[in-house]
Structure formats: structure tokens, C-alpha cells
Design a protein around this ligand. Structure first.
Ligand code: ATP
Ligand code: MG
Length: 561
């Protein structure tokens, strides 16, 4: 990027703080290399998508690269299923990593560095239990107590650490701790744990190891091994930064390039939860139908719901990068998908609650083929064919027998236009024995055909209704979604209560629809707008016998009313 003096100031202003940091570093770093470092212990969610957009986006903007690194140092919760899903999701979001890497590949190097710290007198084997360690850690205002094992000799520590690795001790019997400062005002600097014993099978290293490094003794070191320049993470790691730097200062040689950790505010969205642990609970206890349930904030859930990668990238862009925690209204996410689909989704007519209309002056045997623009927002989208017949269905709610003045849809004696077709007038209402309306008998104005150019075709009527032909439509199942939780912050629960109590019992409702025949043959993932109803997407549960649609989002925001 080249700057001229007069555009420099403007551009600086429009940069977010991470971009500013990188721009200031461009002259002192030989290249820019970021990474996205998921722990493969669940499916990634929209918060991770923001992190992906930031890390890959910064690399793209500054001619650098971004690694995908699996932070797989905790064997008990991780699985290849998650690794595969994360790769699929990052790719789907539109990003390509430079290298696919695993922190577990660095275990041997990490072990060697731990030995180095022991030799430098900066680490020791401690035989306190995890509970004793936390009891003796003190509080932010009260210094911690030093471990009685803190002053073991280098030789003894090297020997004990080697025996930890060799499997001579039981889980919890001992651990390796950094020797820093038990009185530090930063609790993370009070002799943090570096390694603990775990007799667990690891999804990549199998049973090769029974000691596993803690996050703080793996993350920065992995960044360093890969030559990461900017290690960007969320704000909760800000307090870990001194420890991140402390470890690197003790393992790097003079003059070696060290990664810089910088933190941004994590994405929070209302009416949902975003911790993988909570999402896992929703899946395991079957409150939702799997990780890709369209109500989930996971990337695979959003994809199944009908979200596009563009809409998610655009959302991340609009949310921006900030240094302060805030909560984003879910309607912004909905706005982004609506905006995208308005431009790209073909239009289709579908009727959810059908009311039969018989056009009594239309010939019984006749069918004519009408044409509808596929997408009025896109000139190149072409047209679709819609058969018109004597019998059609309209939406029941588009008719009212005793209508108030402001009702611009169909009433007895009133006229409406059928979209892409003719103006009709309702003459008679047919009811069954229970008094329910079963049919409307209407007449059409033969000269009023849309687009025919005739005088009658230009006649203005107040309402335009969507419709489907009665005999050649295709029926489908619709899944209508609402917010998964009925409160803004589901995790805000009093003692003794659980976030699950806030699940919205009506977050999934089933409906059926009759759809114009142009829908035939669509595949899972196909997105369209059901005119006047909302945006929908074909679900993977569809079969050749039955189409299933997920409602992505309504045409308008219905919650702000
Ligand atoms: P969770 O707390 O939801 O389980 P996590 O932080 O444990 O998420 P990781 O797999 O460790 O999940 O995260 C990978 C990267 O994604 C980290 O750099 C993390 O900071 C980032 N990240 C996680 N959640 C969010 C979020 N809500 N907003 C932005 N970035 C996030
Ligand atoms: Mg994590």
C-alpha cells in the first residue's frame, strides 16, 4: 500500500486499531503472517467467523498469509470430527490458509523448551495438588504463597520432569510450573502451570504422551515456531500477554523475530449463546437437532439456515474491530443476509395457507404460460414460466369478507391484481356447513394481463397478490424458525437456575406450502425468496418425493415492532 502525504491522515483515521498496528509494523517486519487457532473441541460459530475474517482479512490486506492452526493440546475434548468441520467452514467462508498446522506437532519442541527453562532455573516440578496450587495463589490484592517445591535443584527438576514424561507418576501427582513471581499483581504470573499429567488418548499423537502443555505454554510457542508476526486474539487473553511475552523472552534468541499478541473484543450477539461448551450441551441434550440445526449460531447452522458466506463476511465487516466488549443485535446479522439475498435470490410464489379461487369466466381446459422476472433487482437473472389456470390458490389472509377500509387485498366486490397475471374481481364466497370459506368465485379481466401493454394492463388496483396454480403446484414442508432463546442474554440467570430455561419453545414450527412449479428439481442449499413471505433455503432433509425448506429470514424485521 502506498501513501501520499495528503491521503495518509484520512486513511489512518479509517483504519481499525489492528490495521494501524500492522501498518506501523510494516517497515520493521519482513512479512505479515497471522493465524486462526481453533481448538478442535466443537463446531465453530459466528464469533469464530469474526476472528477468521479478521485474521485472514489482515493477511490479505497487507500481502501476507494466514495459517490454520489447530490448538490441540487438550486431549480429552478434541476430535477429528471437529477438525474436518472447521476446515470445511473456513473454506466455505471463502478463505484459504497458507498452512494447516497442529500444536500437537510441536510437543517435542515444547518439551525441549520446558527443559531449557528448567536449566535456566525458570521452571520446577511441583508436587502440590491442583487445589493446593489454586488455594495458595492468593488474590489480586493478597500475594500468593510460594510452593515448598520451588527451590528444587535443576538436576532434580530435570529428572522429575523426564519421569513425568515417562509415565512414572499418577495424574495430579505433580506438575511443571514456571518460576516467576508469587506476589505479581497479575495472577497469571504467579508460577503458572506449564505441564500436567493426563493419561488420555490424543486424536493425533495417540498414547505417545502422558504430559500435556497448558494453553499458555503452547500458544505463544506455536506462534513463534511458525514465525507468526501478529497473534490476534480476544480480550480475555490480554491479561495473559505478560506471560506470553515472558515465555518467549526466555526461549527466543537475541534478535529473533517474536510474534506480537494483540487483543480485540469478542463478538457477542443477543438471543443466543456462543460458548462451544454451551452449544455442545444444546446438542448433547437434544435441545436442537445437531450442531447444524438452523437455529444454532454455528457456521454450519447458519449455512443450513440459508446464510451466504458473503453475508457473514459483510456482517463481520459491519461489526468492525473494537477494544471494548459490546453486544450486537441479532437483527444486524439478519439485515446482512436479507440485503444479500434481495440482490441474488430468485423469486418464487408459495402459498402457506391456501384458499381456492375459481375464475369462472376462464375456460376450463385452458392453461397459459406466464412469465415472471426471476429477480427484479438483477437484470441478468432471466425469467421463469408460471402456468395460469382457471383454479388457483391465494393466501387465506389475503381475503376478508368484512374488510375495513384500509384493507387493500381481496374482498367481496373488490379487485386485486394477481402477480404476473390478471386483475380479478371477487363475486361470491362459498362456505361449508361450519361456515368456513372454502372457495372464492371470481372473474378476470381478459385484457388486463401484466406486461401486455394494453390499457387495462396499466390499470391501477390497490393490491397485488401472489398465487399458485391449483393443479400444477408442488407441495413442500416448511420449517419456520424463531430465536432459540426468548431473552436477550440467556446466560444471565439467578443462582440455581439454568440458561436452558430460556429456550424459546416455539423456535421451530412446521408448516406446508404449495409452490409454483418452477421450483421443481432444486437441490439442497438452493436459496430463493417466497414472494411477500420471506427468504427460504432447501434443506438437506429433502427427498425426491418431498421438498423441505428452511426459513432463512423474513422480508422485514418482525421483532422491532
Ligand atoms: P468458545 O469460548 O466459544 O468455546 P474459544 O475461544 O474457546 O471459544 P477457540 O477455538 O479457542 O474457541 O477460538 C479460536 C479463536 O477464535 C481464538 O482466537 C478466539 O479468540 C476466537 N474467538 C472465539 N470466540 C470468539 C468470539 N465470540 N468473537 C471473536 N473471536 C472469537
Ligand atoms: Mg479456547
Amino acid at each position: 500500500m502506498t501513501h501520499t502525504p495528503d491521503n495518509l491522515e484520512d486513511e489512518k483515521k479509517s483504519l481499525n486499531f489492528l490495521e494501524q498496528i500492522i501498518e506501523d509494523d510494516l517497515s520493521s517486519y519482513p512479512y505479515i503472517l497471522t493465524r486462526f487457532p481453533p481448538e478442535p473441541n466443537g463446531y465453530i460459530h459466528i464469533g469464530h467467523a469474526k476472528s477468521i475474517c479478521i485474521n485472514f482479512g489482515l493477511a490479505q490486506k497487507y500481502g501476507g498469509k494466514c495459517n490454520l492452526r489447530f490448538d490441540d493440546t487438550n486431549p480429552t475434548k478434541e476430535d477429528v470430527e471437529y477438525v474436518d468441520s472447521i476446515k470445511e467452514d473456513v473454506t466455505w467462508l471463502g478463505f484459504q490458509w497458507a498452512n494447516e498446522l497442529y500444536a500437537s506437532d510441536y510437543f517435542e519442541q515444547l518439551y525441549a523448551w520446558a527443559q531449557l527453562l528448567i536449566r535456566k532455573g525458570k521452571a520446577y516440578v511441583c508436587n502440590m495438588t491442583a487445589e493446593e496450587v489454586s488455594e495458595n495463589r492468593g488474590t489480586p490484592t493478597v500475594p500468593g504463597k510460594e510452593s515448598p517445591y520451588r527451590n528444587r535443584s535443576v538436576e532434580e527438576n530435570l529428572d522429575l520432569f523426564a519421569r513425568m514424561r515417562a509415565g512414572e507418576f499418577k495424574e495430579g501427582e505433580c506438575m511443571l510450573r514456571a518460576k516467576i513471581d508469587m506476589a505479581s499483581p497479575n495472577m497469571h504470573m504467579r508460577d503458572p502451570i506449564m505441564y500436567r499429567i493426563r493419561y488420555a488418548h490424543h486424536h493425533r499423537t495417540g498414547n505417545a504422551w502422558c504430559i500435556y502443555p497448558m494453553y499458555d505454554f503452547a500458544h505463544g510457542q506455536s506462534d513463534f515456531i511458525e514465525g507468526i508476526t501478529h497473534s490476534i486474539c480476544t480480550l480475555e487473553f490480554e491479561v495473559h500477554r505478560p506471560l506470553y511475552e515472558w515465555f518467549l523472552n526466555h526461549i527466543a534468541d537475541e534478535g529473533q523475530l517474536k510474534p506480537k499478541q494483540r487483543e480485540f473484543a469478542r463478538l457477542n450477539i443477543n438471543y443466543t449463546v456462543m460458548s462451544k461448551r454451551k452449544l455442545l450441551q444444546l446438542v448433547e441434550e437434544k435441545h436442537v437437532n445437531g450442531w447444524d440445526d438452523p437455529r444454532m449460531p454455528t457456521v454450519c447452522g447458519l449455512r443450513r439456515r440459508g446464510y451466504t458466506p458473503e453475508s457473514i463476511r459483510n456482517f463481520a465487516h459491519k461489526v468492525g474491530v473494537s477494544k471494548r466488549e459490546n453486544i450486537i443485535d441479532v437483527s444486524l446479522l439478519e439485515f446482512c443476509i436479507r440485503e444479500d439475498l434481495n440482490k441474488t435470490a430468485p423469486r418464487i410464489m408459495a402459498i402457506l395457507d391456501p384458499l381456492k379461487v375459481v375464475i369462472t369466466n376462464y375456460p376450463e381446459e385452458k392453461t397459459e404460460v406466464l412469465h415472471g422476472k426471476s429477480n427484479p433487482e438483477d437484470e441478468n437473472s432471466g425469467t421463469r414460466e408460471i402456468p395460469f389456470e382457471r383454479e388457483i390458490f391465494i393466501e387465506r389472509s389475503d381475503f376478508m369478507e368484512d374488510a375495513p377500509k384500509k384493507f387493500f387485498r381481496l374482498t367481496v366486490g373488490g379487485e386485486v391484481r394477481l402477480k404476473y397475471a390478471y386483475i380479478i374481481r371477487c363475486n361470491e364466497v362459498v362456505k361449508n356447513e361450519q361456515g368456513e370459506i372454502t372457495e372464492l368465485r371470481c372473474t378476470y379481466d381478459e385484457d388486463s394481463k401484466s406486461g401486455s401493454g394494453s390499457e387495462a394492463s396499466q390499470r391501477k388496483v390497490k393490491g397485488t397478490l401472489h398465487w399458485v396454480p391449483a393443479h400444477t403446484n408442488i407441495s413442500a414442508e416448511l420449517r419456520l424458525y424463531d430465536r432459540l432463546f426468548n431473552v436477550e442474554d440467556p446466560l444471565d440467570v439467578p443462582e440455581g437456575h439454568d440458561f436452558l430455561e430460556h429456550i424459546n419453545p416455539n423456535s421451530l414450527q412446521y408448516a406446508s406450502a404449495l409452490i409454483e412449479p418452477a421450483i421443481a428439481g432444486v437441490q439442497a442449499g438452493f436459496r430463493c425468496q417466497f414472494e411477500r413471505t420471506g427468504y427460504f433455503c432447501v434443506d438437506k432433509d429433502s427427498t425426491t418425493e418431498k421438498l423441505v425448506f428452511n426459513k432463512t429470514v423474513g422480508l422485514k424485521d418482525s421483532w422491532n415492532k
